[in-house]
Design a protein. Sequence first.
Length: 374
Amino acid sequence: MNLLSLEDVSVTYTIASGEVPAVRGVSLELAPGEALGIAGESGSGKSTLAMALLRLLPRDARVEGRILLDGEDVLAMKWGRLRAVRWAEASIVFQGAQHGLNPVRRIGEQIAEPLLVHGLAQPAQARTRVAELLEQVGLPAWRARSYPHELSGGQRQRVMIAMALACSPRLIIADEPTTALDVMVQAQVLTLIKDLIASHGISLITISHDLSVLADMCDRLAVMYAGRVVENGPSHEVFHEARHPYSRALAAAFPTVGDPVSRMAPKGLGGDPPDPMDLPTGCSFHPRCPVALDVCSSLDVELWPAGRPDEGPHTAACVHVRPDLKTGSAAPESSSQESGADDLGGPARGARGEVVAAASLETATRDERAKETS
Ligand SMILES: Nc1ncnc2c1ncn2[C@@H]1O[C@H](COP(=O)(O)OP(=O)(O)OP(=O)(O)O)[C@@H](O)[C@H]1O
């Protein structure tokens, strides 16, 4: 059984000027011990989705769909049960360590807190456990007596990881765990997380703008654009043989020294991600897509099997993996070289991978697909 299943999850923020559809119809699965990376530009909905998993969103956020953690519906949990689940079964490492620690409390007290709050240890046992956790994250036990300001950014992030591990959760959610760190320290922290989850058999959901980092750490990758997952598959396939043009652009993006990663545009892509309150018609990516067809401005293709059947499930939401739907002519900006994407998908396949007969455009609309699969 999956440790985590997301079924058609949407998150909408209500603000003074209207509704912000930050996450739209996301379905994902995570097996025990599996590491899933979620990639996408700033504003694609990654953090909103991560926070929704443990119901950590502000009150103005409305979450729809189902989030099943070990078969239990997180959205239906009573408050007491939810508190027990947080930390003890699933914990989260937030962006930027310096924001996560209380500046006036010693490190050791902060790491011990979830153990004490959840009644998992007496104070003496908690002290022993804190020493053990500090060692696991590469810090000496005496650091338990330090205050956060006495540690470097990388050390503080190690403390956050120790806190996340404290109650031996089955799932860790790491939202941009290395954003505020310099490149060398980033690599060390990422290696630490990778080793710890492997040695403890913990499942991981980690979020980043950087597809190459995620490909190195994770078994599977989900690429988000404008609130939707546009590609989902085995890491090496999504990174090296992406089927969605947005994933290809993300895979080709390299940080430049001095560029804040959050401001970095994927290579070869002009423009910015769309305003979620004013999404383009059809495929949300089509105005920036180098291989868009005319049909893309009216057609929002669902995720569709796109990978090699022997490599595990791989889906992409692009008309180029649905040759049966590509009746529109190429948009003027498409170059013949870029249009090499045309043969990316092979024959159109049904949900179980079977080759399907050519369908009309209408059958690819989201509502119709829902009817087809219900
Ligand atoms: N509290 C909020 N109220 C209203 N809109 C919000 C709120 N938080 C996020 N949003 C909007 O939801 C969308 C998704 O934001 P989110 O932070 O989840 O994206 P992200 O991919 O994690 O970006 P980043 O990488 O910059 O953290 C954005 O358009 C953002 O402006």
